[in-house]
Design a protein around this ligand. Structure first.
Ligand code: HSE
Length: 437
């Protein structure tokens, strides 16, 4: 083979970033693959100001790229699950290999897409879909393949981590930091996906599938975002020796697999607690290797392009020796396991609770009595002096850290505490995760 032709669909942040890396590293790429790898056709609604694709063929209809018989590998960098899905399925039907950075597409339609790809004997590679430039798919699918994975936990949304970091370090308001993340090209087209945890849930769905050998099950992923996190929760967590991070956690238990994304208190001395800004990090624990850590830029043009181009190299090598391919979901297609995903009520966790209570005698004992009734052990408790608005309303914040308990029991306790006359509004609950568990 004298050259491998790449078709790019979508020329946004990641699309143009990938085009630039393919161009600037073309000599290195040829040395790695054994032949020239060139972009032969680009499809996008428009070229943005500053985008220069030289003499490369350009179409405003992405399907012109999908149907171009010269294209060997199609890059789907449109995003979303609309046209992107059609593009990928059509490319597969046309016998093309596909590289995508589209976590939503893989998490929600991956089972269908991989089946279609297997039927046509083509590859669908998706390293860039999870944790930007960190080669976490390859690490789990290949580097840790000798292990039975026990759990993984990670910061897998750069925008959310950027927001929490700026809120803590610079006391900046949430909305202000989100705007900056959008301007820097970190956020999704719809930033609700970042702040409500949907983006992280897409990524966790993919990671858990390749870690545990289960089908992709996005609809069973418990998802909670960071939009409810306040400056005061960040300060109280600090006082207790914790940081609040938005984590994706998936853990093997004897009853099934936990699959959850939510704000989480983690020990301030742990490595993940010190992963800041747009950086991502994933800890993976295998029975043989123990805990391992993968860290790097989780979003942005060049880091994501790094993963896209690595996939292109894998696919290009596979084109020259097809027998060496790795199964798309790490385990053989006919041996995916039906171990259940645990309902959130069955997940065991420790909890941080912030309760707005009236400043009068007996409140604390009412609260601790309910926790005692439910056999919830208290690890730490702080009752603050009422200040400002709270003082004029005779209200005190009570912060409680509990030991591990089943979520359903905690739900029951919270519901009983919220019914106490002296407890105002909803109780804030943030789960705690101990990385050595
Ligand atoms: N919006 C995503 C993030 C982009 O902030 O992590 C990378 O997937």
């Amino acid at each position: 083979m004298s050259a491998i032709n790449i078709g790019i669909c979508g020329l946004g942040t990641v699309g143009y970033g990938s085009y630039c890396v393919l161009r600037s590293n073309s000599l290195e790429l040829a040395r790695r693959v054994g032949c020239e790898v060139r972009v032969s056709h680009v499809g996008s609604r428009r070229l943005r100001p500053g985008q220069d694709i030289g003499e490369t063929r350009f179409s405003t209809d992405v399907f012109a790229v999908v149907d171009d018989p010269q294209v060997d590998i199609l890059l789907e960098l449109i995003g979303g699950t609309g046209i992107a899905k059609e593009v990928v399925l059509k490319a597969i039907a046309n016998g093309k290999h596909v590289v995508t950075a589209n976590k939503a597409l893989i998490a929600e339609y991956g089972n269908e897409i991989f089946a279609a790809a297997a039927a046509r004997n083509v590859m669908v590679a998706y390293e860039a879909a999870v944790a930007g430039g960190i080669p976490i798919i390859k690490a789990i699918r290949e580097g840790l393949a000798g292990n039975s994975i026990q759990w993984l936990a990670g910061i897998i949304n750069g925008t959310g981590n950027f927001i929490l970091t700026e809120m803590r370090e610079k006391s900046r308001p949430f909305a202000d930091v989100l705007k900056e993340a959008q301007a820097l090209g970190y956020a999704e087209a719809d930033p609700t996906f970042d702040v409500e945890g949907i983006d992280a849930a897409h990524k966790l769905t993919i990671l858990s599938s390749i870690a545990f050998g289960i089908p992709l099950q996005f609809s069973k992923t418990y998802t909670e975002g960071i939009s409810g996190i306040t400056q005061e929760d960040i300060r109280y967590a600090d006082e207790l020796g914790y940081r609040i991070k938005h984590l994706g956690i998936s853990r093997r238990t004897k009853n099934g697999i936990e699959l959850r994304v939510h704000p989480t208190l983690i020990d301030e001395n742990s490595i993940l607690a010190n992963v800041n800004g747009v950086m991502n990090a994933v800890m993976v624990n295998g029975d043989a290797v123990g805990s391992t850590l993968y860290y790097g830029a989780g979003a942005g043009a060049a880091p994501t392009a790094s993963a896209v181009v690595a996939d292109i190299i894998d696919v290009a090598r596979m084109i020259s020796s097809p027998e060496s391919s790795v199964p798309a979901l790490a385990f053989q297609d006919d041996s995916l396991s039906d171990v259940p995903i645990l309902a959130m009520g069955d997940v065991e966790s420790a909890y941080y609770l912030r309760i707005a209570a009236q400043d009068k005698a007996g409140v604390l004992s009412d609260i601790t009595e309910i926790l005692g009734d439910c056999e919830i052990n208290i690890e730490a408790i702080i009752q603050k002096e009422p200040r400002g608005h709270d003082a004029s309303n005779q209200r005190v914040p009570v912060i409680i850290l509990t030991h591990e308990i089943r979520e359903a029991v905690m739900n029951e306790a919270i519901s009983r505490m919220e019914k106490l006359e002296a407890v105002e509004g909803h109780i804030t609950r943030i789960r705690v995760f101990r990385l050595d568990s």
